[in-house]
Write a protein that binds this ligand. Structure first.
Ligand SMILES: [Zn+2]
Length: 145
């Protein structure tokens, strides 16, 4: 268990040594840190690997184990958004309808990093705003990360 102030983060250890958080709602659990909404694995990385010092928003925290529920600090590395996209390309995501898995990943990242607003993404990808919202909130393409 990790404990940050009043925040207690429980997890179970898998065979691969992943620390899977116990939140059910979404693989990418979000929490408040520094008055911002951040991913839980990002918070753990900041606290365990960066002495609690916030990291710039253009730096993304990635899983070396490819397990989005994992919060084992040893399975987390920092990289740029480009690394993350490269990674997705390398893993050869499949095409679904007009959106590739890579598109979905870019949509989420662009929004998370504050590069683009939902309305801009909707226009760019010719989607409704509601659809973009569902992608961002993992209501759609839950298995893409
Ligand atoms: Zn892991």
């Amino acid at each position: 268990m990790f404990e940050y102030g009043k925040k207690r983060i429980k997890y179970s250890v898998t065979e691969n040594g992943c620390f899977e958080h116990n939140y059910i709602v979404s693989s990418y659990k979000q929490v408040i840190f520094n008055k911002k909404l951040v991913y839980l694995h990002r918070l753990v990385f900041i606290m365990e690997k960066n002495k609690g010092v916030d990291i710039p928003s253009n730096i993304v925290i990635r899983h070396t184990c490819d397990n989005p529920k994992c919060i084992n600090p040893e399975h987390l590395i920092s990289g740029t958004q480009d690394d993350n996209i490269q990674d997705a390309v390398k893993k050869g995501r499949m095409r679904r309808g007009n959106l590739t898995d890579n598109d979905i990943k870019i949509i989420r990242l662009s929004f998370e990093l504050g590069i683009k607003k939902q309305a801009e993404l909707a226009e760019e990808y010719r989607l409704t705003r509601a659809y973009v919202n569902r992608i961002i909130n993992f209501k759609l393409y839950k298995n893409v990360y």
